[in-house]
Ligand binder design. Structure first.
Ligand code: NAD
Length: 288
């Protein structure tokens, strides 16, 4: 095995400490929770690369990095299966009431009649953002016999050949039994799903968010759930993480997970290998 350099592991550093620690580093590897601000980037005097272990570079000031000629790299393909499988898992949990049945039986109650579920087959899934992960979710949902609607600015022809019907966002929200979000967090997508969008959804519909918490207006979501304007939500991501929104978490119609999208052994291995390769390439460029 080739050694690429010295590795220093310091998880969960606040900005102040990260600015102090970064001085000698040539490569900074972060996950989603560390914010790589302009201050951090400017403190990294030797920095050549910022590597995001995963997908979604909304925690990195890419403009500040580019201004200083620092490469920003990530591992785009590594987690698509992991996230897509979690989405299907969450929808099945919702449809078959698995978390509720699990809890009741662990507490000694065999109450079968309370847990009559529904099937995914024949239901409509709306995929907002039909990119790598959204596309994978769409294919898996088609395999379950779901009707799949897509909303995106790209990949229309390719995904329509697979059986996804592209529609505008209001149509997708009106017609779907499940709406799953897979757009990245950008100024255009922040709070893309607010009160108006939630009001278009069916009262029986479920919102699934495994993308980024801030794509949804959490207050509007809480209100819509409380008032029964939508039936439920499966949430892997939150406006603030770890979330302190106990009002939202405690609703029985919410199935939450603590940002587990990419947390599989396979995904983490893929991420490590992809980033190690990019760092090796950087080292090779340095020699040239
Ligand atoms: P991607 O870039 O392949 O796909 C995103 C899609 O969204 C693209 O097709 C793009 O055209 C579309 N899009 C962007 N802005 C849009 C807009 N305003 N309207 C409609 N469509 C728009 O990204 P991906 O690899 O599929 O990842 C998507 C997101 O998933 C990441 O940005 C990240 O935030 C999130 N993610 C979460 C986890 C997790 O652990 N829960 C893990 C990995 C990724």
């Amino acid at each position: 095995m080739e050694k690429l350099g010295e590795v220093v592991v310091k998880p969960r550093l606040p900005e102040e400490e990260l600015c102090r620690e970064i001085g000698d580093c040539e490569v900074l590897i972060v996950r989603s929770s560390t914010r790589v601000t302009r201050r951090v980037i400017e403190a990294g005097k030797k920095l050549k690369m910022i590597a995001r272990a995963g997908v979604g570079i909304d925690n990195i000031d890419v403009k500040a990095a580019e201004e200083r000629g620092i490469k920003v790299v990530y591992a785009p393909e590594a987690s698509k299966t992991a996230v897509a499988e979690l989405v299907l898992g969450l929808m099945l949990c919702w449809a078959r009431k698995i978390p509720q049945a699990y809890r009741e039986l662990k507490e000694g109650r065999w109450e079968k009649e309370k847990f009559v579920g529904t099937e995914l087959k024949g239901k409509t899934l709306g995929v907002v953002g039909v990119g790598r992960i959204g596309g994978e979710v769409a294919l898996k949902a088609l395999a379950f016999g779901m009707r799949v609607l897509g909303y995106d600015l790209v990949r229309r022809e390719e995904m329509e050949r697979e059986g996804v019907k592209y529609v505008d966002l209001p149509t997708l929200l009106r017609e779907s039994d499940f709406v799953t979000l897979h757009v990245p967090l950008t100024p255009q997508t922040e709070r893309m799903i607010g009160e108006r969008e939630l009001s278009l959804m069916k009262p029986t519909a479920v919102l699934v968010n495994t993308s980024r918490g801030r794509i949804v207006d959490e207050r509007a979501l809480l209100k819509a759930l409380r008032e029964g304007r939508i039936a439920g939500a499966c949430l892997d991501v939150f406006e603030e993480e770890p979330t302190k929104n106990l009002e939202l978490l405690s609703l029985p119609q919410v199935i939450p997970t603590p940002h587990l999208g990419a947390s599989t052994i396979e995904s983490q291995r893929n991420i490590s290998l992809i980033l190690a390769e990019k760092i090796r390439e950087l080292k090779e460029e340095g020699k040239g």
